[in-house]
Design a protein around this ligand. Structure first.
Ligand SMILES: C[S@@+](CC[C@H](N)C(=O)[O-])C[C@H]1O[C@@H](n2cnc3c(N)ncnc32)[C@H](O)[C@@H]1O
Length: 207
């Protein structure tokens, strides 16, 4: 299996008011969360550019790139991207290791009346823990913990779109996990900082 890059052209356009409101509130809650956790920060929690993530997910939806609506955010943090996916009509699920972040994400979805589900656990499927063994000083990717898929009654290959913001140096872990566990045809949307957002599709090696 391999990943094929899909070029996307994100022409800036005004966002709907609902998305603007959610992004503003989510950004404020990130600040509150960071301040409250300044003495014990959640390792590796850095938010995406929510506006860019919205634009990419909107593009995927408009151009019908995905084979279905099942969306999962691997490491959903404050939950903003999963909420935006829910707003766009995806069946949105966020998997997050840190319980405090899950609480904030659930509050965000409730307050904006968005249908999105958050699970506290690991998006690394059981048996895939060795993928996370990368020598690095400040690794964000947690291993161990509760199996999120067991709680959901779903597998990684049940999702049509997976979104992640890998920490620099750990991109390949996300790519390798996706290659191994996602469904053939599924899309991986990844944010890599500043204005770098990528869409890749899992295809069989001979394609
Ligand atoms: C770089 S942050 C990105 C947060 C969010 N996706 C966003 O873009 O705003 C990575 C998140 O992944 C979470 N995380 C790390 N390892 C995880 C794992 N094995 N399972 C679930 N979440 C994990 C961290 O707690 C952190 O919130």
């Amino acid at each position: 299996m391999k990943l094929r890059t899909i070029e996307i052209d994100l022409t800036p356009e005004p966002l709907p008011d609902a998305a603007v409101g959610l992004i503003k509130e989510a950004s404020d809650r990130v600040d509150v969360f960071m301040e409250a956790h300044k003495d014990s920060p959640v390792a590796g929690f850095v938010p995406s550019d929510f506006t860019l993530a919205y634009a990419a997910l909107l593009h995927v939806r408009r151009t019908m790139l995905a084979s279905g609506d099942a969306f999962c955010e691997w490491g959903s943090g404050i939950g903003a991207v999963t909420c935006l996916a829910g707003m766009l009509g995806y069946d949105a699920i966020g998997i997050e290791f840190d319980p405090d972040l899950v609480d904030v994400a659930e509050g965000l979805a409730d307050d904006f009346d968005i249908s999105a589900q958050f699970v506290c656990g690991s998006f690394v499927p059981t048996g895939g823990e060795h993928f996370t063994d990368v020598p690095q000083e400040a690794a964000w990717l947690m291993s161990g913990g509760l199996d999120a898929y067991e709680q959901l009654g779903l597998d990684a290959d049940d999702f049509d779109v997976i979104y992640a913001y890998p920490w620099p140096g750990e991109e390949q872990v996300i790519f390798d996990l996706f290659k191994r566990y996602a469904a053939v045809g599924a899309l991986l949307v990844t944010y890599h900082g500043i204005d770098d957002i990528r869409v890749q599709r899992k295809v069989s090696s001979h394609k």
